[in-house]
Design a protein around this ligand. Structure first.
Ligand SMILES: *Cc1c(COP(=O)(O)O)cnc(C)c1O
Length: 388
């Protein structure tokens, strides 16, 4: 029997990290002691009080049933309060907030609610892969908006052809940004609202890193801008803020109709989030927040150590205000980010992520994650010195 993949699966972009993953496995098999700066997943555990809440909630038989599709009331209430406290934005807990099985789940499913065959999603590049993947799986076409260093990694809307604009359903945005660690201002978000209204485009803002911030800087929410709720939604995640990547919980909030569209897709695909995890998420959002501050201090110390070290070696890297990534232009004599990453891996046993894996506009850069401890970062600097 012939087993053929669907056209939509065949249309997905190639997984460029596969080469690096393979080379990494080979080095490990040879016994190499790798300094891994490739991992976009916090190295620290989930705070204890959140885990304790999961224990008790998991023991309660009440929580062993199918959960409600729209999420528990107490969770939507906790999200609403958190939002108000953090951004001074008011949300309706039953119309404008929808818990998700991790924000990736919502981001990759939302195109099914709004994209018709041949519609465009405006997608920044480099970017988190599900913006393109989700669009393609729904029959849409990603239209690339290059993020350039000279524009502070913000997209330029002025060069999009008219025929794309008329068939564009979505604009994906992500600030603080993975992989570039760029941040956006309220004034940029005002431009976005104007652009979206003019062309009738839904704005999907991925805000997974809003709480990983440094030096007193607090990233704004897109929804703080007047009119934002008319045009868009914001995706949030507990993954990075509370070191909960494996738990799978996040949410989308904002425009009621957009939220309802995604809810309808989800009602046909999943049956809610394990209630014990939702109860633990309430604890995360409503309980003590000093753990988040402590995490940010830890990342900022690592950031300073890594960037000061790189700059001493002649790199030119600015310190990011948010995210746990360092986005570094390749040193002068290097051109290909894949070749450079492979060289670092085989000659220095350092893992970095080649920028081209996030899209063509990421070429010429590598991403280093601050998810390794200070000793490992010091070791990385010693090793960089030998090969750069
Ligand atoms: C980590 C990350 C997420 C979070 O995904 P979850 O599914 O909530 O774990 C979302 N967007 C970006 C850009 C990320 O890097």
């Amino acid at each position: 029997m012939k087993i053929l993949l669907s056209e939509r699966l065949n249309k997905l972009p190639p997984y460029l990290f596969a080469q690096i993953d393979k080379a990494k496995r080979e080095e490990r098999a040879k016994g190499a002691d790798l300094v891994d700066l490739g991992i976009g997943d916090p190295d620290q555990p989930t705070p204890k009080h959140i885990i304790e809440k999961l224990y008790t909630a998991a023991r309660d038989p009440e929580n062993h049933h199918y959960a409600l599709d729209q999420g528990m009331d107490i969770l939507r209430e906790a999200i609403k309060k958190w939002y108000k406290r953090r951004f001074k934005v008011s949300l309706s807990h039953d119309k404008e907030i929808l818990p998700l099985i991790g924000s990736k789940e919502g981001i990759s499913h939302i195109p099914l609610a709004f994209i018709n065959k041949g519609d465009y999603s405006l997608v920044p590049d480099p970017c988190y892969p599900p913006y393109k993947g989700g669009t393609i799986l729904a029959g849409g076409i990603p239209y690339i908006l290059p993020l350039k260093e000279e524009n502070e990694f913000l997209p330029d809307f002025s060069h999009i052809p008219k025929k794309v604009l008329t068939k564009a359903k979505f604009l994906f945005l992500n600030y603080p940004n993975n992989p570039t660690s760029a941040v956006a201002t309220i004034s940029f978000y005002k431009d976005v609202v104007r652009f979206a209204k003019k062309h009738n485009i839904i704005v999907l803002h991925d805000t997974a890193y809003s709480e990983i911030n440094f030096d007193g800087y607090k990233p704004p929410s897109f929804l703080e801008v007047a009119g934002a709720k008319d045009v868009g939604v914001e995706f949030h995640s507990l993954s990075k803020t509370y070191n909960m990547t494996g738990w799978r919980i996040g949410w989308v909030c904002g425009n009621q109709k957009i939220v309802a569209g995604l809810a309808k897709v989800k009602a046909n695909m999943d049956s809610g989030i394990f209630s014990a995890i939702q109860i633990a998420a309430v604890e995360a959002l409503s309980g003590p927040q000093e753990y988040v501050d402590a995490m940010c201090r830890l990342y900022s110390q690592r950031r300073d150590l890594l960037i000061d070290g790189l700059n001493d070696l002649g790199w030119q890297v600015d310190k990011p205000k948010a995210t746990f990534y360092v986005w570094a232009r390749l040193p002068k004599k290097h051109k290909s980010s894949i070749k450079f990453a492979k060289m670092l891996l085989t000659r220095a046993h350092i893992v970095v992520t080649p920028g081209c894996g996030f899209g063509d506009s990421g070429e010429g850069y590598v991403r280093m994650a601050l998810t390794a401890n200070e000793d490992r970062i010091k070791e990385a600097i010693v090793r960089f010195k030998k090969v750069i």
